[in-house]
Design a protein around this ligand. Structure first.
Ligand code: F6R
Ligand code: MG
Ligand code: MG
Length: 382
């Protein structure tokens, strides 16, 4: 067995330039300097610091396994250094995702989003990092399902003996903190029953039936950690491609549909997820619409050969055009659902504070409100 490599992506919004639309280069440089030290002292094999919208993504390779305290601490320090720059420039929301005053062992639960996987590097290891802004963790449910379980998306599921056995999906119930593993194609309908509700159930990881990890995503729900509205969670997802996993084109294909996600303005709206090149990942219209970037790497003994900016391809122009059409259609709904999120999701925004002000103004209505069906069951049977 060869050496194991850990691929860690840790991300946070520690200050927006301008508003929540993008990231200032000085923040990225500050984070790079900290990671360069960690590479020089041998903790990291390699790293790449980048951004999508107002979020900074630290892409790191090392030999220390998932949830390593030293790697998490370095990431925390990189975000602290970037926060210092954000404060100096008085950028918007400086330090917003660093929910704790000091690092305490594991960065999970402290604000930043984390996706990590440890595996034996293949003869040729192809990896794609998806980074999103103005949306939240469940946004990967639909594309991960399509990549690893939908034969209309992934030809390899039908054609290739290496994929034909299917995959296992680890699904997290983010409200109750419970996990279930479901196998496809056998349990496809059971899987869809849950992951079709992405605000409650998120795909945390995907494995093939030999137990090899194919994908992992960040599942943090900041509001649940902080107990108050702190923006959306702008998630990250790592996918291994080619050979026993879907091909690069099969991994990217789900994003040809600008499917609907929650997020956008004030984390309170549904909107299309627009696949863009890095230079277009600066959401501005109504603070959006939500964006997704895809960076591809080859690994060479843990070193990152890349990135290639995979949505920088005119083949995704039509998805971007459709996203703009959908965005325009939804925007015309203004404050009405389904553009605005349903009430149970608005619980985690600032709206309840405004509703509270009117709490005394509601009068109880005396007339009996019927909760019974208008037509009796007997009548229906007849
Ligand atoms: C959404 C987001 C923005 C802000 C909006 C208001 O994730 O970050 O849409 O919610 O710009 O920001 P505040 O309340 O900070 O003025
Ligand atoms: Mg922000
Ligand atoms: Mg963001």
């Amino acid at each position: 067995m060869g050496d194991l490599v850990t691929f860690s992506v840790i991300k946070a919004d520690v200050g927006g330039w301008v508003g929540h639309s993008s990231t200032h280069e000085r923040l990225l440089d500050a984070a790079r300097n900290r990671l360069a030290e960690a590479q020089a002292d041998g903790t990291l094999v390699d790293f790449h610091v980048t951004r999508c919208g107002d979020d900074i993504f630290l892409i790191m390779t090392h030999r220390r396994g998932d949830n390593d305290e030293r790697v998490h601490h370095i990431a925390w320090e990189a975000f602290e250094a970037a926060t210092e720059e954000a404060k100096a420039l008085k950028l918007y929301g400086a330090g917003q995702d660093l929910l704790a005053d000091a690092f305490s062992g594991n960065i999970r639960g402290m604000g930043p989003g984390v996706a990590e996987m440890t595996f034996e590097e293949r003869r040729s290891e192809t990896i794609i990092v998806f980074m999103a802004d103005k949306t939240s963790a469940g946004a990967w449910n639909l594309p991960l399902f399509k990549m690893f379980a939908d034969p209309f998306n992934t030809a390899g599921l039908v054609i290739s003996p290496a994929l034909h056995d299917g995959f296992r999906f680890e699904v997290l119930d983010v409200r109750e903190n419970k996990l279930i593993t479901l196998s496809t194609p056998e349990e496809m309908y059971d899987l869809l029953m849950f992951i079709g509700a992405p605000s409650r159930f998120t795909v945390r990881a995907v494995y093939n039936k030999r137990g090899e990890i194919g994908a992992v995503s960040s599942t943090q729900r900041l509001a649940l950690i902080a107990g108050r509205y702190v923006g959306k969670d702008d998630p990250v997802c790592i996918v291994r491609a080619q050979s026993q996993f879907p091909a690069v084109g099969e991994v990217l294909e789900p994003f040809a549909l600008p499917f609907t996600v929650e997020g956008w303005m004030r984390g309170s709206h549904h909107g299309p997820l627009m696949p863009v090149a890095l230079h277009e990942a600066n959401p501005s219209r109504f603070d959006g619409p939500p964006r997704v970037c895809a960076l591809g790497f080859q690994l060479a003994d843990g070193r990152l050969v890349g990135p290639r900016d995979l949505f920088d391809d005119p083949a995704f122009d039509e998805a971007r055009r459709q996203a703009n059409v959908i965005a325009e259609y939804l925007r015309r709904h203004g404050p009405f659902e389904p553009h605005r999120l349903p009430m149970e999701e608005m619980e985690y925004t600032t709206m309840p504070q405004v509703m509270e002000r009117l709490a005394d103004r509601w009068e109880v209505v005396e007339e009996e409100q019927t909760t019974q069906p208008v037509v009796s069951e007997e009548a229906v049977d007849d």
